[in-house]
Design a protein around this ligand. Structure first.
Ligand code: NAD
Length: 376
């Protein structure tokens, strides 16, 4: 019942449970909103402890996608999918294709892409069953893995935080701590190291951590230490919920800007960060580079993907963040509240426009009783 209440409160349009015993598929697709466009959001494969945990995750992630697209001014709605299972052991062609059929069944209201536990190669398999797949290989005319543009957007967000704090956006000789050097964290580390930043990193996969440490000449710390290292900017690039009542008192960073979705365990954690004087760049603003890139791929159609256009969109992330920081200061809001407020204003405006357009399209009809009725 509590979960149904979450769905009601957050206003999800549709939630679908997909099951195919022949290939071991257990998946949930959540469409939070299609007010601004089709619901776009990646599919995450993760060994959730229960269906309930998976449902909670997908509901929160789908809602964040709606806000991400809205605040970035993109004509996209928000959705997300989760496949329950360990991607190392349970991912098979049959399972991916069964997931593709479930996506196809939604007739384009939900567009999928890769997320944690999925790769561009996996999405090519999903594509055998549905065309509603984004972020497929550039060689095949797609916009490619969204992770690199996401990482670039995170870099721009880190620079924006530095500008806000020190008046200078340069990362040179600044210290950035990255939690998780996966598809987003790894290229982010490379970009930072190339620009002269001091990088501290950790990953629960020791091999990835060692490789990144060598490649970027970074410092490596254990996963349970990364949130407590002294740094200018902490960049969570692993999973959500890392900023909470237990971790926030121990942080030793000046700002937070990372690629992970849903970094705050609870909305009230934004106020906790503010009280500690830590500048928080809202996660869904920082990590919008991936969906910006996907949108450019979708709009390219047969002409294909336009890299310059994608870079132009990424360059808007600093402007959006500056607007959020200013609004938060002016109105006494946390930066998370300021971002939500900008996103909600855009959603309300789009809903109102849709209703207006619907009313204008309404055709007066003569009902059988002779009274006028309206057809939409
Ligand atoms: P990924 O699975 O490739 O990388 C995550 C990395 O974090 C892995 O290397 C994993 O070993 C590590 N990790 C997990 N728990 C950890 C912990 N407690 N401490 C340190 N390391 C830990 O995933 P990704 O695609 O890089 O995504 C990372 C985050 O960014 C996710 O929250 C995802 O939703 C978000 N995101 C990704 C994209 C994208 O384009 N890939 C776009 C927007 C948001």
């Amino acid at each position: 019942m509590a979960i149904l209440k979450d769905m009601e409160c957050d206003g999800h349009e549709r939630v679908v449970y997909c099951r195919d015993d022949s290939v071991g598929l257990r998946a949930i697709i959540a469409i939070h909103s299609t007010v601004l466009g089709p619901a776009l959001g990646g599919v995450r494969m993760w060994p959730y402890a229960s269906s309930k945990e998976a449902l909670r995750d997908v509901l929160r992630l789908a809602q964040a996608m709606t806000y991400k697209a809205a605040v970035a001014g993109l004509p996209l709605g928000g959705g997300k999918a989760v496949i329950i299972g360990d991607p190392q052991r349970k991912k098979t062609e049959g399972l991916l294709r069964a997931f593709g059929r479930a996506v196809e069944g939604l007739n384009g209201r939900y567009l999928t892409a890769e997320d944690v536990g999925m790769t561009v190669a996996d999405m090519e398999i999903v594509r055998k069953e549905t065309k509603h797949v984004t972020g497929t290989s550039e060689k095949k005319g797609g916009s490619g893995d969204p992770s690199y543009p996401t990482a670039k957007g995170v870099l721009y967000a880190i620079e924006t935080c530095l500008k806000e704090m020190y008046g200078d956006p340069s990362v040179r000789n600044r210290t950035v701590a990255i939690q998780g050097v996966g598809k987003v964290g790894y290229p982010l580390g490379e970009l930072l190291a190339t620009a002269g930043a001091r990088v501290i990193l950790s990953d629960t996969d020791p091999q990835r951590a060692m490789l990144a440490r060598r490649e970027f000449e970074a410092w490596r710390v254990e996963p349970d230490e990364i949130l407590q290292v002294e740094c200018d900017v902490l960049s969570p690039c692993a999973l959500g919920g890392v900023l909470n009542r237990k971790t926030i008192p121990k942080l030793r960073c000046r700002a937070i800007a990372g690629g992970a979705n849903n970094q705050l365990e609870n909305p009230s954690d934004a106020r906790r960060l503010e009280e500690r004087g830590i500048l928080y760049a809202p996660d869904y603003v920082v990590n919008a580079g991936g969906i910006m890139n996907i949108l450019v791929g979708l709009q390219g159609g047969r002409k294909g993907y336009d890299r310059a256009k994608a870079e132009g969109l990424l360059r808007q992330i600093p402007d959006t963040l500056h607007a959020i920081f200013s609004k938060a200061r002016a109105e006494g809001l946390t930066t998370a509240q300021a971002a939500d407020s900008l996103a909600e204003a855009r959603l309300q405006e789009a809903s109102a426009q849709k209703m207006d357009a619907g009313a204008r399209r309404a055709v007066p009809l003569r009902g059988r009783t002779g009274r006028t009725r309206v057809r939409r």
